[in-house]
Design a protein around this ligand. Structure first.
Ligand code: IMP
Ligand code: MG
Length: 172
C-alpha cells in the first residue's frame, strides 16, 4: 500500500485518547454522560474514548451521510440513522472523526439541540480548522491537522482503510 504514509501512529493515538479521557472525566465529574458516536468514521475512536472515561455513561450512535465515494464533500447532509435513546435533559458528548468544513457538525448540533439536551459538547479526533467554512465549536480535539486526506483508525476513503490501526495520509 504505497500510497499510505503514517501520520499519527497507534501509540500516539492511544496516549492522546487517555489524555482526552482524563480531561472529559474531570469536566463532567459528578454527572452522567450520553456519548453519541457519529457513524461510521468515529466507531473506533468512540470505543476507545469510552474506555478512557471514568464516569457513568451510556453510548448511542447516529449516522449521517455527507461524503460519498470521493474525497470531497458533497455539501449535502442526510440523516441515515437516528439515535435510539431519549436525549432531553441529558449531557451529550458528540464524538466525531473529523471536523473539516464544519457542515456535518453544524447540522448535527442543530439536530440534537432541537431535542433539548441538558448540554452538548463535541469531541473530534481530528480538527482541520483551517478548512472551516461554517463556524462550529469543537470542545475537545485529538489532533489538529492542516492538510491532506486521512484514513485509518475508523476513517475511510470510499469505505476502505477503516481497519488500519494508525492514522495515515492517503496520497492521490
Ligand atoms: P465536514 O462536513 O466537511 O466537516 O466533513 C466532515 C466529515 O467528512 C467527517 O465526519 C468525515 O467523515 C469526512 N472527512 C473529512 N475529511 C476527511 C478525511 O481526511 N478523511 C476521511 N474522512 C474525512
Ligand atoms: Mg467518512
Amino acid at each position: 500500500m504505497a500510497n499510505l504514509e503514517i501520520l499519527i501512529n497507534r501509540a500516539a493515538i492511544a496516549n492522546r485518547v487517555v489524555e482526552l479521557g482524563r480531561q472529559v472525566s474531570a469536566d463532567y465529574a459528578g454527572s452522567e454522560l450520553l456519548v453519541v458516536g457519529v457513524l461510521t468514521g468515529a466507531f473506533i475512536f468512540t470505543a476507545d474514548l469510552v474506555r478512557a472515561l471514568d464516569l457513568p455513561l451510556a453510548v448511542d450512535f447516529i449516522r449521517v451521510a455527507s461524503y460519498g465515494e470521493a474525497t470531497c464533500s458533497s455539501g449535502r447532509i442526510s440523516l441515515t440513522k437516528e439515535l435510539e435513546c431519549q436525549i432531553a435533559g441529558r449531557h451529550l458528548l458528540l464524538v466525531e472523526d473529523i471536523v473539516d468544513t464544519g457542515r456535518t457538525l453544524a447540522w448535527l448540533q442543530a439536530h440534537l439541540l432541537g431535542r433539548n439536551p441538558a448540554s452538548l459538547k463535541v469531541c473530534a479526533l481530528i480538527d482541520k480548522s483551517e478548512r472551516r467554512e461554517v463556524a462550529v465549536a469543537v470542545d475537545y480535539v485529538g489532533f489538529p491537522v492542516a492538510e491532506g486526506f486521512l484514513v485509518g483508525y475508523g476513517l475511510d476513503c470510499g469505505d476502505r482503510y477503516r481497519q488500519l490501526p494508525d492514522l495515515c495520509h492517503l496520497r492521490p
